[in-house]
Design a binder for this molecule. Structure first.
Ligand SMILES: C[S@@+](CC[C@H](N)C(=O)[O-])C[C@H]1O[C@@H](n2cnc3c(N)ncnc32)[C@H](O)[C@@H]1O
Length: 254
């Protein structure tokens, strides 16, 4: 079977986009347009086995990022596995906001760093003096460190329950903490493959965000949460003044 005929067949049971991403992964192609050039290429048995396994996983609703082991965030590929949340596009808004600030000489602490996507991107995109990535999950911190090494980003990763075990400087705290309320009915079936501790929080999804606000003394605090939760967070964060609200993101100043 050649590339084109496999893509045609696979597109009947999953999306054409998924099929093309799997084909690019197996053939080591960078771009979807590269597939046109090798449309007539015959696939060997190992390639076919791998491709069929990927489609099978997809039919079980395993997210594409876990199947191919990576996800793009702010233009760079981050390694992901089931120990970390798959980076979401809305989280890129945090990077945009920080880039608008003057962070020269500042220490930025990313709480709940997961794959390290925020901390590493900030290390590569800003002139902050120091970037710290914190997570309670040691498995997540291993993935974050691998990503930092691969992308040559200078980030110090620390295991801590929120800021409890971090005793260094924190001028700016950014956090995409778990904020999914278990009662929400509209979450996708694919999230069952992501770590529970990366998704869910008590108190309508706000328990960890409230705890972080309580323990945070940074000059700036940038939080991601569902827009439906923003009002409650703003009301809770009495010691902070809301400076900006963007899609999913709240920026507070002391
Ligand atoms: C929603 S994920 C965000 C991952 C990554 N920052 C991103 O934006 O893709 C939340 C992360 O917070 C971590 N986490 C959960 N509870 C925590 C706690 N009490 N202290 C520190 N990290 C925690 C989880 O392990 C997970 O990696």
């Amino acid at each position: 079977m050649n590339v084109n005929s496999w893509l045609k067949q696979a597109s009947k049971i999953t999306t054409r986009l998924d099929a093309e991403i799997f084909m690019m992964t197996v053939l080591g192609k960078e771009d979807r347009s590269d597939l046109v050039l090798c449309a007539e290429q015959d696939l060997v048995e190992d390639e076919l086995k791998m491709l069929d396994m990927m489609v099978e996983l997809r039919l079980r609703r395993v997210p594409v990022a876990y199947i191919i082991g990576k996800k793009e965030f702010y233009g760079r590929d981050f390694k992901v596995n089931r120990d970390v949340l798959i980076p979401r596009p809305e989280t890129e808004n945090i990077i945009g906001l920080v880039k608008e600030m003057n962070v020269e000489g500042k220490t930025i602490v990313d709480v709940g760093t997961g794959s390290g996507c925020i901390a590493i991107t900030l290390a590569l995109e800003t002139d902050a003096a120091e970037i710290i990535g914190i997570d309670k999950s040691l498995k997540a911190l291993r993935v974050a460190q691998d990503n930092a090494d691969e992308l040559r980003a200078k980030v110090k990763f620390i295991a801590s329950d929120l800021l409890d075990d971090y005793h260094g400087v924190a001028d700016i705290v950014v956090a995409n903490l778990p904020y999914v309320d278990r009662k929400w009915e509209w979450t996708s079936p694919e999230i069952k493959y992501e770590p529970e501790m990366a998704l869910f929080a008590e108190e309508d999804g706000l328990a960890l965000i409230y705890r972080l606000i309580d323990g945070c003394e940074a000059e700036y605090l940038i939080l991601e949460a569902d827009p439906s939760q923003h009002e409650k967070i703003v009301n809770y964060a009495k010691k902070y003044k809301l400076v900006k609200r963007e899609n999913y993101i709240l920026l507070f100043q002391k």
